[in-house]
Design a protein around this ligand. Sequence first.
Ligand SMILES: [Zn+2]
Ligand SMILES: [Zn+2]
Length: 397
Amino acid sequence: MPIINSIADLKNEAAAWRQELHQNPQTCYEEEFASAFVKNKLQEWNIPFRDGYAKTGLVATIEGQKNTSGKTIGLRADMDALDILEKTGLPHASKNVGKMHACGHDGHTASLLAAAKYLQDTKNFNGRVHLIFQPAEEGGRGAVKMIEEGLFDAFPCDYVFGVHNWPGLPIGHIDMRVGAQLASVDEFNITVKGKGGHAAMPHLTHDPLVIASHIVIALQSIVSRNIDPVESAVVTVAGLQVGTDAFNVIGDTATMKGTVRTFNNDVRHQIRDRIETIATNIAKSYDATAELDYEFQLDPTINTADGIAMAQEAASAVVNPNHINTECPPSMGGEDFGAYLMEKPGAFICVGQSVPDDKNSPHNHGLHSPYYDFNDDIIPIVASYFGTLCEKYMPLS
Ligand SMILES: [Zn+2]
Ligand SMILES: [Zn+2]
């Protein structure tokens, strides 16, 4: 069974929704346009929803022809854009200068809307579907906020599913895996404080630059010497600021910032503690101080085995089963969808969107590139996948 027919018929209309969303990007809890757009469509189709979650977020509910199974599925789309100046030159390019849908969340929203229309028109299932439209996936932890504001209390879900478009995969291909699909994402800042002074008299200073340099090098040993070699982790110091523009001044403060990525929350905590021990003790050995500010941002996105089994079955009905890779490598990128999977079983899958035959296609550019554009041709794939998931998990008979 390929794309669901009525969803295929909806393709041009859904592409127009996507392009309108693309023209009006907003970021981090300011997604008023997308939120109002989604509500308008839901009202037009008589789908009840509750808004006010995480500022611009909302949850719509569709009941099947029967609702005696007691089963529920949550389907999620993110609605936010990025602070990027679009350079695609496309007719539907961003009208908000400096903001851009460069991660394809415009397409995720349009795809979930297409699924909503199909599910409402057919109701070909026995149970209940909750459609989760969330803000602030990019750096705002919108998923966490939705959960904190009672998402799963008000809308209990047996399973929760999400997708991401994937420019690294051709259209018609889908990647998924049991276990970690994407990494945890944390940010850290280290501030080294000591005495600065004249660059010609270093013996009268603590030289925080030298201390910070030792810390940067020592942090490299966390992954190689402290973490179990069969685990995966990244510790990257991405920035170091110290001193002034002057060549002859030793500054009194050095600040470092970076990120930690893992697939395992125990490893994550272990790394945080090692960073603190290493930084504070190296600084201490030079009679200076170091302070760690560590922010746990995103949980790893960990798919459950039963969630992947359901995802594979539904995806196999939509695309060529030979084009589904259930053993794809995980990525050290992050997603706030991991927060849902910390609460409920389910799966987050990568839906291919590149066009290998067209070297210049904007759909081939990487996520967060100013030249990237979501591929509208995958809306029917994603919407059919969502629809099929519901019908297979909650069959009418
Ligand atoms: Zn992104
Ligand atoms: Zn994204």
